[in-house]
Design a protein around this ligand. Structure first.
Ligand code: MOS
Length: 732
């Protein structure tokens, strides 16, 4: 097979769906309006723990236009079968309206269905719910852990610490963060007899299909999930939340299609969040900063009904060549809803503790923070002994240092001023595991020379429509304009969750495989066709470019797909592509790497922290779509600035209510908070990772951002804040 010329892959193209998005033509879940659609509004619990003793829906039901009010008093019993291939955490998932128990503040207790949204909203306000109240516990500090701890050990960390020349003991805290994607979670559900169609905000149409089938106890084939556009998700549309089930229940009971969109406020408790963590790190090192032992003790919040899990221990296991490591993570069950994955889950959280600790160690032993990391750089993955497929963290650090101007820095904290502002710089390393899952894609080439490629993937924002079109265009030898990529329908060929940064590797490899097969099919047709100018040519010598097949070294000899298909009376050519991760997954440790640099200014009197510039340098393998890569990297820096300086979900522990469940009081970075950001990608590919040579980008870019900012705050002020977010109040 002759390698195809790469014209689209690697080119800084704009989103192919950009026009649809900016003109409002892109259809998000709540934009679908099936005939006869009616509206649902959920009534939420106003207590955090207890049980419902009464529901009076008479006033609501009396409103003209109200079709039904559903609660545990009249809801159908749902099967809630196990869903083994899904991503429900261990425990017993929240069951919509199946009993009178209240497990957290804001839990759905009833749903009102009405002919208009306004009537449904008004009627929802009229539903009277009475509770028997118990005192909730929502504060993790001081609350006991539950269940079995998650442990890891290599070597003898306690002994290593005992005998270490330098010993440090730090505890870091991370506040709860909410995803706050622009698009609220929304579902439109319609039953046609026993068949359910759902338009949903989801990162995984087939996962949502499977979960709904399990909840309703119906065959997976009876459920279709459609989700062509997602307005940001960051992990929060990975699993099915109650509102999707509630919409389907409401549609069945009302015998009408039902639309249910959560309010901004409901996004703080109907769906998950990045959990609160306490992360204690004890470090032992020699006087030159070689780390000999590390002990990590972590606690994080979860609900009483499920134990949230995420790869929280992974980064601390593999980032540095520490021979002795012990880790314990305990979950603390509270009267809250279940947390979930949020961009770079585990890794991003751990990076704040690990990379702050490394920074603290660097100052303690008087070694430059970058040099300290280089001194602890492993040759093989210390967690499993596997060779790295590629690990170019050294290059990320060196490139970053050069481009950021690190050597102009005075290493002494609180040494640089600009008027009232204290200036500091900080950095952090990061890594994120390269994940891959089986995926399939279908490819069709029509007689007019245009192609349609489909896979049941999602595009929550990274630009999957665009990057898949790029891969397909080059593999088929077509221009971008002549290729259409479709996704977001569970009837399409299988694709995994768009999560764990695995879409490009998994779906992209399937797309490439399908397009390669189709191209080879066309080449075979040509070289075996006596009337083709390519007759008799070795197929390995034929490439396709701009829709024209030709001899690689003799471009004059060839013909177009259109000519070939017309002459052979073919209306279409079709192929199916697939990708299955192979034994390379077991043979190599494959991760993407990041080095993030930040410069901050801290107002010496007001405590205000401003980020002045940031740079990220990434070893993420091949970059398919550089412009969209930038939108991932720069967006993650913005998110990391939020985690470091602003974002903090605040719960009133007296009653378990979230008090800042809105975008006025829950602060996220806005334009004025975001300085010049720059991303650099090391050139090259990881030939072991997957056929495309990519290592995943969407999450590694988030790992290390918050600690880079926090470390810069220390360098600016000489004050080490071990609690995120670092707000002005904290600095004062
Ligand atoms: Mo990501 S948190 O795996 O969507």
């Amino acid at each position: 097979m002759s390698p195809q010329p790469q014209a689209a892959v690697g080119a800084p193209l704009s989103r192919v769906d950009g026009r649809l998005k900016v003109t409002g033509k892109a259809q998000y879940a709540a934009d679908f309006d099936p005939d006869g659609v009616v509206h649902a509004v959920v009534v939420d619990s106003t207590v955090a723990l207890g049980r419902i003793t009464g529901i009076d829906a008479r006033a609501a039901e009396a409103q003209p236009g109200v079709l039904t009010v559903i609660s545990h008093l009249n809801a159908p019993t749902l099967e809630y079968r196990d869903n083994p291939g899904g991503y429900n955490p261990p425990g017993r998932r929240l069951r919509a309206f199946q009993d009178d128990q209240i497990l957290f503040h804001g839990q759905p207790v009833a749903v009102v269905v009405a002919t208009t949204l306004e009537v449904a909203q008004h009627a929802a306000d009229l539903v009277e719910v009475e509770y028997e109240l118990r005192k909730p516990t929502t504060d993790m500090s001081g609350s006991p852990a539950g269940g079995t701890p998650q442990n890891y050990a290599r070597g003898d960390a306690a002994a290593a610490l005992d005998s270490a020349a330098v010993r440090m003991d730090m505890t870091y805290g991370l506040a709860r963060n909410h995803h706050n994607a622009m698009e609220p979670h929304a579902t439109v559900a319609r039953w046609d007899g026993d068949r359910l169609t759902v338009w949903d905000k989801t990162q995984w149409v087939q996962g949502t299909r499977n979960e709904l089938a399990a909840v309703f106890g119906i065959p997976q084939d009876s459920v279709r999930v459609i989700s062509p556009f997602v307005g940001g998700a960051f992990g929060n549309a990975s699993r099915v939340w109650p509102q999707t089930t509630i919409a389907a229940v409401a549609a069945r009971e009302a015998k009408r299609p039902v639309k249910l969109a959560l309010t901004r406020e409901q996004l703080y408790f109907h769906v998950g969040y990045r959990p609160t963590y306490e992360y204690r790190v004890r470090v032992g090192s020699d006087r030159r900063g070689r780390v000999t032992g590390m002990i990590h003790d972590l606690r994080s919040e979860t609900s009483r009904y499920e134990t949230h899990g995420e790869p929280i221990l992974s980064l601390g296991q593999m980032l540095y060549d520490t021979p002795n490591v012990r880790m314990t993570h305990r979950s603390v069950p509270l009267d809250v809803n279940t947390p979930t994955w949020m961009r770079g889950p585990g890794y991003a959280t751990a990076s704040y503790a690990v990379e702050s600790a490394m920074d603290e160690l660097a100052y303690e032993v008087g070694v430059d923070p970058i040099e300290l990391r280089l001194r602890n750089e492993p040759e093989d993955d210390p967690s499993d002994g596997l060779p790295f497929s590629t690990r170019r963290l050294r290059e990320c650090l060196a490139t970053g240092a050069r481009e950021f101007g690190w050597n102009r820095r005075n290493p002494r904290p609180r040494s640089t001023r600009d008027g009232d502002w204290l200036i500091g710089t900080g950095m952090a390393a990061g890594a994120y595991h390269t994940r891959r899952d089986p995926a399939q894609a279908s490819v069709r080439l029509d007689a007019d020379g245009t192609a349609l490629v489909q896979s049941a993937a999602s595009d929550m924002g990274p630009g999957t429509y665009t990057s898949m079109t790029q891969v397909a265009a080059d593999a088929l030898g077509l221009t971008m304009r002549n290729v259409t990529f479709r996704l977001g329908d569970s009837l399409m060929p299988p694709a995994p969750l768009q999560g764990g940064s695995k879409t490009m590797a998994s779906v992209g490899s399937a797309v490439q495989d399908g397009c390669d097969k189709l191209r080879q099919q066309a080449i075979k047709l040509a070289v075996e066709d006596e009337r083709s100018p390519l007759y008799g040519v070795d197929p390995a010598d034929v490439v396709v470019r701009g829709g024209r097949l030709h001899v690689r070294d003799n471009p004059v000899r060839g013909e177009t797909y259109r000519q070939l298909m017309a002459r052979n009376n073919r209306t279409r050519l079709e192929a199916n592509g697939s990708y299955t991760p192979g034994e390379e997954v077991e043979r190599f440790s494959t991760h993407a790497y990041a080095a993030t640099f930040a410069e901050v200014a801290v107002d010496a009197r007001l405590g205000l922290v401003r980020v002045r510039r940031m740079l990220g340098v990434y070893d993420a393998g091949r970059i398919i779509s550089p412009k969209l890569a930038d939108s991932q990297a720069l967006g993650a820096m913005v998110g990391g600035i939020g985690t470091a300086l602003l974002e903090h979900t605040v719960t009133d522990h007296r009653d378990g209510r979230i008090v800042n469940a809105n975008l006025a009081d829950y602060l996220v970075p806005v334009n004025a908070d975001v300085p010049d950001l720059r991303a650099i990608y090391l050139e090259g590919e990881d030939t072991e990772a997957d056929p495309l040579g990519v290592k995943g980008l969407g999450e590694v870019v988030q790992v290390g951002v918050a600690p880079a900012v926090a470390n810069a705050v220390f360098h600016a002020t000489g004050r080490r804040i071990r609690e995120l977010p670092i707000t002005a109040e904290v600095m004062l």
